[in-house]
Design a protein around this ligand. Structure first.
Ligand SMILES: [Zn+2]
Ligand SMILES: [Zn+2]
Length: 349
């Protein structure tokens, strides 16, 4: 099968033929049609995160991509849920054990035996990929391959975070919440999803162009980060939750400042560890009653909920670039130089 292959970390991909993988027990073989390009791919390609690179090396993984859309071509022993011909997504979560305390508590996202696409198992910059059937969401026929690709990582990460406002803190619709980094690859989905959930959305980003984009996405208020604290305190008296998508500590510090008493900080964006901790000391947490909850990717039933919103026209991807897989090196150059906003999608076949 044809792949975009990493011969050397951070060096151009080579388009290379390697043997097609075989589906093992509980796995399906997916013939990939398109795959989205995620910012994580850039870090993986460069080997920026030593622990993730070590996992890739230990598993001999040299193919990136965790936003694959394709069709089930073959099924392994014991597969019961999916059939040949089903159109499915191949996202970051490739498998989890389903039997540990964490899985059984409803949080396979944190399963210690989870396997990740493009880390433990080769990714979707290839004509075929394998995934556990329980990790592959079915895609409704109303949604196009290109539209779905970005939802398989950026979209689901945003969805999982907004969903926790309902499942973890039981925040009623109508309440004001802030989305920090609202114009970004994840934040732009979060604005649409939070509106679909009925929240009053304050979208925060930096610079007039990005703020205007947030307004067009449907945020009730679109404000520049430099003015956000004053605006939110004057206009709304604070927000019930701050969802921080921006991978900057300054985004977290702003998120904490604009919370009401008993507000919730939702941790999503991951700043470089060199930026240090965010500004919350125990006494402030005690006095404010602030809760902190993390949110990371999403799993099968959450995808199906997100796709339902997309079918209803409430959530769409902003796709900037669609290119054949053979042009992956040009796309990465643009990604690295931040020459496009929204998502890029590679056509595999
Ligand atoms: Zn991703
Ligand atoms: Zn588990």
């Amino acid at each position: 099968m044809r792949t975009a292959y990493i011969d050397e970390w951070g060096k151009p991909f080579s388009i290379r033929e390697i043997p097609k993988p075989q589906p093992g027990p509980g796995q399906v073989l997916v013939r990939i049609r398109v795959t989205g390009v995620c910012h994580t791919d850039l870090h993986q390609w460069k080997g920026d995160w030593p622990s993730l690179r070590a996992v890739m090396e230990a598993n001999n993984v040299r193919i990136l991509g965790h936003e694959g859309v394709g069709v089930v071509e073959d099924i392994g022993p014991g597969v019961v849920r999916l059939q040949k011909g089903d159109r499915v997504g191949v996202p970051w979560m490739n498998d989890w054990d389903g039997v540990c305390e964490i899985c059984l508590s409803g949080y396979p996202h944190w399963c210690p035996n989870a396997k990740y696409t493009s880390a433990h198992v080769n990714g979707t910059y290839a004509e075929y990929a394998v995934i556990s059937e329980k990790a592959a969401p079915r895609i409704p026929k109303e949604l196009s391959d290109v539209d779905v690709a970005g939802m398989l990582c950026g979209g689901i990460t945003a969805y999982g975070a907004v969903r926790k406002l309902v499942t973890e803190i039981r925040l009623p619709p109508g309440k004001p919440i802030a989305i920090i980094g609202a114009a970004g690859g994840l934040g732009h989905y979060a604005v649409q999803i939070a509106k679909a959930f009925g929240y009053t959305v304050v979208g925060i980003d930096v610079g007039s162009e990005r703020v205007e984009f947030v307004r067009k996405l449907g945020a009730d208020y679109a404000v520049d980060a430099s003015d956000a604290e004053r605006f939110i305190k004057d206009k709304l008296g604070g927000v019930y939750a701050s969802l921080v998508f921006a991978p900057r500590i300054s985004g977290y510090n702003l998120g904490i400042k604009i919370l009401r008493t008993l507000g919730t900080l939702v941790v999503i964006g991951a700043p470089a560890s060199s930026e240090g901790p965010f500004a919350a000391v125990p006494i402030d947490i005690l006095v404010s009653g602030m809760k902190i909850i993390p949110s990371i990717v999403g799993v099968t039933h959450e995808f199906e909920e997100l796709f339902n919103l997309a079918v209803q026209g409430k959530v769409r991807s902003h796709v900037a670039l669609v290119e054949p897989l053979t042009r992956v090196n040009e796309v990465f150059e643009k990604l690295e130089k931040a020459q496009y906003t929204g998502r890029a999608v590679l056509q595999v076949q």
